[in-house]
Design a binder for this molecule. Structure first.
Ligand code: ASP
Length: 709
């Protein structure tokens, strides 16, 4: 009895701490932030009836950012602007390597495909969304009805609010839905990027690592049409005036200072069960980490052929390396903490509680078991679904062909019945993304990656065969066939590809292009898989909704929903931690540390000028009085995840003191479980940002514009 009690207490405690962190706007008023250290009014932070800090916060193509001038200047990460910097770079004008500074508005470079969103308002639409489902629907029908209803709401809201974007976000799985309305800007430009050896100092070696010395920041700008409406790039466009400009605080922060972040965390999975975690830990993440490692090696080998070739692969390599290392960190952390077993123990306690009450047993008795059964089902064909998931993605040409064929089918449907990518509101962006993909196409690497996926598909066990691939390729004919594929396709021609949008499925199927032909053959497999996923989601929606209800009752507590790319607040303190026995990590790194870490060898090859300025102690006004150097990185116990990259780190007065860009290695498992002991996130200190702009780059124009000079 005593033991059970203790276990329950541990369970409750672990939830009470671990579940807290990324607060939706609707929950902020419940927090006593003043007691934690906030020195401004809550309405200064979020005010649905007036201007507040959230009006100065934006989402930059999946990252976060903040407005720091009346003329739409945005501070975000170097790695968030990476694609734009890379796209603007050539071997002659290598902005990625050497940095970029547009000294006038005209010299700013359009960041094609980038968008900026600002949260305008939100409203709970759970009742409306859930009114679309009924008991007589099949599981897949339920999922489709919810999707359709969400699209109807979005379409209607956007029609009523021209120029705005709407989105219905699932908060608690199968249970709560919130409609968000965003301002949506489509002309975004690159203003400043430090050289790679500052913006990505330490490269992959230091990624997800503390102590950190990376100047991971960049400056962008949002534009609108002269009449004030959001518009695609045009030289006539004018800088956007944000409702709120964040004040930059050159004095920075100190250890233990109160800080908070408003940003757009991507996804967390803390409310999922042990079955999900087990699948991630034992199957999905190891598979993807190994696959990516293989692909990265292959692309790096080819990149050695020359800078222009390397430029075509850099984004792909960076993206995959980031995920791979994140997964390796997670795998290590889950193993070390025995997290799957811990979750199972929590679920056993919950089950005992359910079974101790007749009413609960009747309603919830089989919920965990049923969720487990669905994951067993997923595991049974996991290899096949993983290959299916990564098959088209391995080749730019196959993914383009697939999009064209899928598009031809989707475009025949009513708008709200289409997949999101092909709804009229998204079609232009989908095409733009295809163009950008093709811009990085490089035949020999495409062929190598694609070949590997074909082999993997051919190696699938008999029970999980990907027959469409087996019908075309055998182990013996792959090379001949592939040579033929790449010699006889026109899909490398962007204009031709764009023309194909608008053709019927029958017309596409008639075209004598090997990639299109293959896309037609594999399409039914994806449709079938999609149907299965919708059926599973229909089942899981109901089960997870019940699980949350009973968990709440068991714990007598309320939770906040997992991160889902919507605006959240997290708060905490600048704080170090003990990563291992007898080792304490201090939470501030300095320019002295950058100089110390510089070996001259990639990726620790700081520019000579920076080393010289550092050695001469040219710290300007950015010096930390006690540390006697310019602070570079700061560490804190705030709860963040991917998508929080670029978030403004704000001090007690709501002023900008850093730009969040990463987490410590142990904190990669934040997505499954958060802990005060190891969950630490990393920002570039504003003093380093300003020092690089001012002392290193002489970018006075930007300092003046930000109001710090
Ligand atoms: N550096 C991270 C990312 O790339 C940010 C994070 O996940 O904490 O997504």
């Amino acid at each position: 009895m005593k033991k059970t009690f203790i276990t329950i207490i541990i369970f409750l405690l672990s939830f009470a701490i671990a579940e807290e962190g990324m607060y939706p706007l609707s929950e902020i008023h419940k927090l006593d932030l003043k007691a934690k250290g906030l020195q401004i009014e809550l309405t200064d932070l979020y005010n649905p009836n007036g201007i507040s800090l959230i009006d100065g916060i934006c989402n930059v193509s999946g990252c976060s950012g903040s407005f720091v001038s009346e003329k739409g200047l945005i501070l975000t990460n170097h790695h968030c602007a990476y694609r734009a910097i890379k796209n603007a770079s050539t071997s002659e004008n290598d902005y990625l390597e050497n940095g970029f500074h547009a000294k006038s508005f005209e010299n700013e470079v359009p960041a094609r495909g980038y968008t900026v969103r600002i949260t305008e308002s939100y409203r709970d639409v759970s009742e409306e969304v859930l009114s679309a489902i009924s008991d007589d629907m099949s599981l897949a029908e339920r999922t489709k009805a919810i999707e359709r209803k969400s699209k109807e709401i979005i379409t209607q809201v956007e029609a009523e609010n021209p120029g705005k974007r709407a989105s219905v976000s699932e908060m608690f799985i199968g249970k709560t839905y919130v409609l968000f309305i965003y301002s949506y800007l489509k002309d975004v430009r690159l203003v400043y990027a430090p050289p790679r050896s500052i913006g990505n100092f330490g490269g992959e070696t230091d990624n997800w690592i503390w102590p950190r010395h990376t100047g991971d920041f960049s400056v962008m700008r949002a534009y609108i049409a002269p009449d004030g409406s959001p518009a695609d790039y045009s030289p006539d466009n004018i800088p956007y005036t944000p409702k709120k400009v964040l004040k930059v605080a050159p004095e920075g922060v100190n250890e233990e200072d109160f800080v908070f972040i408003l940003g757009y965390p991507g996804r967390t999975y803390r409310h999922r069960t042990s079955h999900f975690l087990d699948y991630e830990y034992n199957i999905r993440m190891p598979y993807v980490a190994d696959l990516y490692q293989w692909q990265i090696n292959a692309m790096e080998e080819i990149s050695a052929e020359g800078r222009d070739i390397a430029l075509k692969h850099l984004s792909k390599i960076k993206g995959r390396s980031n995920v791979m290392k994140n997964y390796r960190g997670k795998l290590l952390g889950i193993g070390r903490l025995d997290l799957v077993e811990k979750k199972m123990a929590e679920e056993r306690e919950l089950q005992k509680y359910i079974e101790s009450k007749r009413k609960l047993k009747k309603e919830y008795g089989t919920v965990l078991q049923e969720i487990g059964d669905i994951y067993e089902d997923i595991k049974a064909t996991a290899e096949f679904s993983l290959i299916l998931g990564y098959f088209t993605y391995s080749s730019d040409l196959l993914s383009t062909a697939y999009r064209i064929y899928e598009g031809s089918i989707e475009l025949k449907k009513e708008d709200v019945e289409r997949e999101y990518a092909y709804m009229s509101r998204n079609l232009e962006m989908t095409k733009k993304k295809i163009s950008l993909t093709l811009q990085d196409f490089y035949a020999s690497s495409d062929k190598i990656l694609f070949r590997d996926m074909i082999e993997r598909a051919l190696d699938l066990p008999e029970s999980q065969r990907f027959q469409a691939v087996g019908d075309v390729f055998t182990k013996d004919n792959i090379d001949t066939k592939l040579n033929n594929y790449y010699a006889n396709t026109n899909l490398t021609d962007d204009d031709y590809v764009m023309e194909l949008f608008g053709k019927t499925p029958e017309e596409i199927a008639e075209i004598d292009d090997p990639f299109l032909q293959l896309a037609v053959k594999i399409y039914p497999y994806y449709q079938k898989q999609k149907e299965i996923s919708k059926e599973r989601k229909g089942a899981l929606d109901q089960l997870y909704a019940k699980l949350i209800d009973v968990k709440k009752e068991f714990m007598g507590a309320d939770f906040i929903p997992d991160a889902n790319r919507t605006l959240r607040l997290t708060y905490g303190n600048i704080r170090g931690y003990y990563p291992k026995d007898a080792t304490y990590y201090y939470p501030i790194t300095t320019l002295d540390g950058v100089v110390e870490k510089t070996t001259g060898e990639f990726p620790f090859d700081s520019p000579d000028k920076l080393v010289k300025l550092g050695k001469q102690k040219k710290f300007g006004k950015y010096v930390h009085p006690e540390l006697g150097s310019v602070p570079v990185g700061i560490l804190y116990n705030m709860d963040t995840t991917g998508g929080n990259s670029g978030s403004a780190v704000l001090n007690a007065k709501g002023e900008l003191v850093g730009i969040n860009f990463d987490r410590a290695y142990e904190a990669t498992i934040n997505d499954f479980a958060w802990s005060e002991a190891y969950s630490r996130s990393i920002a570039v200190d504003i003093r380093y940002v300003l020092w690089v702009l001012d002392v290193y780059s002489g970018a006075d124009d930007l300092l003046v514009e930000m109001g710090v000079n």
